[in-house]
Design a protein. Structure first.
Length: 438
């Protein structure tokens, strides 16, 4: 049995910080960058480091790699905060880096965590010092640098992408923490159920920091018990409700809505529901999702099932009138209907063809026979001449061209054989035949 005082002997620094690897060989994951043939390992071997941005999700190792790279080339590492510092402070830091380079012959790695939070003026302040080599700028970001960094700075930086850790990689880190007596939790005798580490790894969604935090908190709870033991209930108590990974307004927001749209387009019902729930559980605005479902109904289902738009509109109505969480099932119903509906983009492509034609020849006049003639002068000018009222014609179809003369015979809408469009196809064929006979 563990001594309850063990809990009090835990070091003050968080477990995730204490367990940071001291060399590239101990880094878990990111083998394409840190493996034997990895580009970062090549920089370490050459003791040369270009300015770069490490782009990856939380807990993927960006800060750890930055520290290891700076140490490996013998550089001074200076951390800089966009939140706490402005352009004046940035220039002071970089002036000191220039002095260090000239006087001490020592390079400076300027580490900027969450570099996407820097405004344009702050980013511009880095440029001359990056160009002269006074600093090696090493940024870390969870956001797409293409959107968040200005072009001038981005063109001077290498961008390396980090992936979320796989569950088995997170489990390895957790096992190390449990076994490490110096920096980890190895000095605390606690029984850990077999399902605990896989559960923590799964809940962390590839975030090593979150996983180690959950493990540390679970150990702190268990250490106060008579028979210290971490089970599923302890982990769930610590994790409570893990929100789906979702960052409203940033790249992941658009990745997820794209996944939902394309899953529906591909008639994958389960994937459609999954991405929908991921967004809703992560806090997405249900009105945004409703608007996208309305678009899907017209763009990807279209006339193959005209009722799809009604379903999407009904869901949008529910969102406005009952809100979350009650409207979530209305959205799920609409998404399911759209996923199962026959698909056709014939209307979407027809609109594109017409739009292109209008752009090419925007001023084609309305044929006289279908112009309205409310005045005598307009009638004298031929407005309405030759107009035939369809309801007075056999079959309610008149042999009368309604397109501009330059476009007569043009076919913009070309229905498929899917769903209702098969019937529409036959209907169009019948209408054309009637006009031909007239």
């Amino acid at each position: 049995m563990a001594d309850p005082a063990d809990q009090d002997r835990l070091p003050a620094a968080p477990l995730a910080d204490r367990m940071r690897p001291k060399s590239l060989d101990r880094v878990v994951g990111q083998q394409k960058l840190t493996g034997a043939d990895g580009v970062l390992r090549g920089f370490v071997a050459a003791r040369e480091l270009p300015s770069m941005v490490l782009w990856g999700p939380p807990g993927s190792g960006k800060t750890t790699l930055a520290r290891l790279l700076a140490a490996a080339i013998g550089a001074e590492m200076v951390s800089f905060s966009a939140v706490l510092s402005g352009v004046k402070e940035a220039r002071a830091v970089m002036a000191e880096a220039r002095r260090r380079r000239q006087a001490e012959r020592r390079r400076t790695v300027l580490f900027v965590d969450e570099i996407h939070r820097f405004n344009r003026a702050q980013q511009d302040a880095f440029l001359p010092y990056v160009e002269t080599g006074d600093i090696i700028l090493l940024g870390a970001t969870t956001e797409n640098p293409s959107f968040e960094l200005n072009r001038a700075l981005l063109s001077r930086l290498k961008v390396y992408v980090l992936d979320p850790l796989a569950d088995e990689e997170v489990e390895l880190l957790l096992k190390r923490a449990l076994e490490d007596k110096e920096n980890g939790l190895g000095s605390i005798e606690i029984e850990v159920d077999g399902e605990v580490l896989p559960l923590i790894a799964r809940l962390s969604a590839g975030d090593a920091r979150q996983a180690l935090n959950h493990l540390e908190m679970a150990c702190q709870i268990a250490a106060s018990e008579q028979q210290p033991r971490i089970d599923r209930e302890t982990v769930e108590q610590v994790a409570q409700r893990t929100l789906a990974i979702y960052d409203k307004g940033r790249e992941e927001h658009y990745n997820l809505i794209s996944a939902l749209h394309k899953a529906i387009r591909n008639s994958d019902l389960d994937a459609s529901l999954y991405w929908l729930v991921r967004m809703l559980e992560g806090g997405a605005d249900p009105r945004f999702i409703a608007r996208r479902l309305l678009r899907v109904a017209s763009e990807d289902v279209g006339m193959a099932d005209p009722r799809a738009l009604q379903q999407a509109a009904a869901a949008a109505h529910a969102v406005e009138h009952i809100g979350m969480p009650e409207c979530e099932l209305a959205l799920a119903q609409a998404a399911a209907y759209l996923a199962l509906a026959p698909k056709s983009n014939a209307l979407y492509t027809a609109y594109g063809r017409v739009k292109a034609e209008v752009a090419r020849r925007p001023g084609l006049p309305v044929p006289l026979q279908i112009r309205n003639a409310p005045t005598r002068l307009m009638k004298e000018q031929g407005y309405g001449a030759g107009y035939r009222y369809a309801h007075d014609e056999p079959g309610h179809v008149a042999d009368m061209d309604c397109l501009p003369p330059e476009l007569v015979g043009e076919v913009f809408y070309r229905p498929t054989e899917e769903g209702w469009e098969a019937r529409i196809r036959e209907r169009l064929k019948e209408l054309r035949e009637r006009r031909r006979r007239r």
